[in-house]
Design a binder for this molecule. Structure first.
Ligand code: NMX
Ligand code: MLT
Length: 437
C-alpha cells in the first residue's frame, strides 16, 4: 500500500480544485444569515469556518469524512492484539479521507514510535515544573517548547514557497503526535509517581499501547483497549469546538503546529470544555459520598437539584451543538457493557443511573438546550475504575487525542492556503445602529 505522504499527495490536488471552484463560482453566494443572537451568543450556529475532517450533526453526532462512530468501529484497523479503533487508523482517516489497510496502520505506528522520544531540553523543562502545577498547564508548556525543532519554522525562515507549507506542517504534526505519549506520561510520572522509571518506547506497539505502558498500566489490556477507543473517539469534533478552533486561529497566523496546538490545549483546559471530564468524576464521587449505598433515582434526582439550585452546571451534560445523547458517550457505555468488571463497577453504575434521571431533571430545570450527556459524562469514570484515579490528569488524555483532528486541519489549512482568520467584531453601539437600520 501507499505511504501516508504518497496518499496525501494524491488527495490534496482534488481538494485544492474543489476550493478553487467554490471560490470562482460561489464567492458571493449567500448560505446563511447573521442574527444578533449569533454575535452575542458565542457565534453558536454561525457557519463561518472550513473544516475538512469531520462534521457534527446536532441529532446524529459526529461523522469523520462521512463515517459515523459505528462505521469507524467496523472498518478502521485495530491494534494487532486488540479490537478497538486506534489513534493511527483514525489519524489516517482524518488526514486522507481514506480507510487505511492494517499494513498502512502498522507503518504509521512504527513511524510514530520511531519519532516518539522527547528532546533532552523538553525533558529537563518538564522535570523542572512544580509538582503542584496542573498537568494541563504542564502539557501546554511542554508542547510549546517542542517548537524548538519545528521544521515548518526553520523552513519559513529560509524562505520556503507557499506550496511547500503543507509538507513541513505535516512533518511537524506527525512529530508532535509521536511525542505526545512520552510527554504526557512524563508529566503523569513526575506529578503522581515521582522517582519511577519510564520504560523505553516499544517499536512494535501502537501509539496508545506505548502511552499506556509509559503511564505504567501496560499490563492492563482492558484499560489499553479503552484508551485506544477513547483517544480515537475524542480525536476530532468538527472545527468550532474551543480547542480545535483555537488551533485553527493560532495556526492561521502561520505559527508552527507546536505553538498552535499548545494554545489549543489551554482552551481544552477550561471546565466548560475538556476539563469537564475531571469535573464529572469529582461530582459523581461527591454524589456517591452523599447518597452512600442507597443509589435510587430519587436520591440522584435530589442531588441533581442541589447542584442546579446552587447555581452550578451539571458536568458532562449539555452541548454547544449536540441535541441528543453524544454517540461518543454511547460508544464508551457500550464498551463498559462488554466488560464484566465495568458492568459491575459502582462508579459506572452510578453514571448509568444518573443518565436515567438527569435528562428529565435538566428538562424541568429548563435552561440547557441539550439535557443529554456528552462524552465527558462517562469517560473519566472508566479510568477511575481501572485505578487511574488522578482525575486532574484526565484532560491530558483528551489533549493527547485532540491533536489528531486539530493537527489534521492545520495540514489542510496549509494545503488549501487558507488565510489569516480575522472576523469582524462590533461594539454594542454599532449593533444598536445595525438593528435600527
Ligand atoms: N447544567 C446546568 N445548566 C446548563 C447545563 C448543564 N449541564 N448546560 C447548559 N446549561 C445552561 C447554561 O449555563 C446556560 O445558562 P445561562 O442562560 O444562565 O447562561 C443555558 O443552560 C443555555 O446554555 P446552552 O445554550 O444549552 O449551552 P451552551 O452552548 O451555552 O454551553 C456547554 C454548552 C457544554 C458549555 C454547557 O452545556 C455546559 O456548561 N455543560 C456542562 C459542562 C460540560 O459538560 N462541558 C463539556 C462539553 C464537552 N466537551 O468535552 O468539551
Ligand atoms: C468536543 O469534543 O470538542 C466537545 O464535545 C465540545 C464541542 O464539540 O463543542
Amino acid at each position: 500500500g501507499q505511504s501516508l505522504r504518497e496518499t496525501l499527495k494524491e488527495v490534496i490536488p482534488a481538494k485544492q480544485e474543489q476550493l478553487k471552484k467554490l471560490k470562482a463560482e460561489h464567492s458571493q453566494t449567500v448560505v446563511g444569515d447573521i442574527k444578533v443572537e449569533n454575535i452575542i451568543g458565542g457565534m453558536r450556529g454561525l457557519k463561518s469556518m472550513l473544516w475538512e475532517a469531520s462534521v457534527l450533526d446536532p441529532n446524529e453526532g459526529i461523522r469523520f469524512h462521512g463515517l459515523s462512530i459505528p462505521d469507524c468501529q467496523k472498518v478502521l484497523p485495530p491494534a494487532p492484539n486488540g479490537k478497538e479503533i486506534i489513534a493511527e487508523s483514525m489519524l489516517w482517516l482524518l488526514l486522507t479521507g481514506q480507510v487505511p489497510t492494517p499494513e498502512q496502520t502498522r507503518q504509521l505506528s512504527a513511524e510514530l514510535a520511531e519519532k516518539g522520544n522527547l528532546p533532552k531540553s523538553v525533558e529537563d523543562l518538564v522535570d523542572s515544573l512544580p509538582q503542584s502545577l496542573h498537568p494541563m498547564t504542564q502539557l501546554g508548556i511542554g508542547v510549546s517548547a517542542l517548537n524548538h525543532d519545528s521544521q515548518f519554522q526553520a523552513a519559513y525562515e529560509k524562505g520556503m514557497k507557499k506550496s511547500e507549507y503543507w509538507t513541513h506542517t505535516l512533518e511537524d504534526c506527525l512529530t508532535l503526535i509521536a511525542k505526545l505519549p512520552a510527554l504526557a506520561a512524563r508529566i503523569y510520572r513526575n506529578v503522581y509517581k515521582p522517582g519511577t522509571a519510564l520504560p523505553a518506547l516499544d517499536k512494535d506497539l501502537d501509539l496508545v499501547g506505548n502511552y499506556t505502558q509509559l503511564l505504567g498500566y501496560g499490563d492492563n489490556h482492558n484499560l489499553t483497549e479503552y484508551l485506544r477507543l477513547y483517544i480515537a473517539l475524542h480525536g476530532d469534533h468538527e472545527g468550532g469546538n474551543a480547542s480545535a478552533h483555537t488551533a485553527h486561529l493560532v495556526g492561521s497566523t502561520l505559527s508552527d503546529p507546536f505553538l498552535a496546538y499548545s494554545a489549543a490545549l489551554f482552551a481544552l483546559a477550561g471546565p466548560l470544555h475538556g476539563l469537564a471530564n475531571q469535573e464529572v468524576l469529582r461530582w459523581q464521587l461527591a454524589m456517591q459520598k452523599e447518597i452512600g449505598d442507597n443509589i435510587t433515582h430519587e436520591n440522584i434526582k435530589e442531588y441533581l437539584w442541589k447542584t442546579l439550585n446552587s447555581g452550578q452546571v451539571v458536568p458532562g451534560y449539555g452541548h454547544g451543538v449536540l441535541r441528543n445523547p453524544d454517540p461518543r458517550f454511547i460508544a464508551l457505555q457500550e464498551f463498559c457493557q462488554t466488560r464484566p468488571e465495568l458492568k459491575e463497577s459502582p462508579i459506572i453504575q452510578l453514571v448509568n443511573k444518573t443518565f436515567e434521571v438527569a435528562p428529565d431533571v435538566l428538562k424541568e430545570h429548563g435552561k440547557t438546550k441539550n439535557p443529554y450527556p456528552n462524552v465527558d459524562a462517562t469517560s473519566g469514570c472508566v479510568l477511575y475504575h481501572y485505578g487511574l484515579t488522578e482525575f486532574k490528569y484526565y484532560t491530558v488524555i483528551f489533549g493527547v487525542s485532540r491533536a489528531l483532528g486539530a493537527l489534521t486541519q492545520l495540514v489542510w489549512a496549509r494545503a488549501l492556503g487558507l488565510p489569516l482568520e480575522r472576523p469582524k467584531s462590533v461594539s454594542m453601539d454599532v449593533l444598536e445602529k445595525l438593528v435600527k437600520a
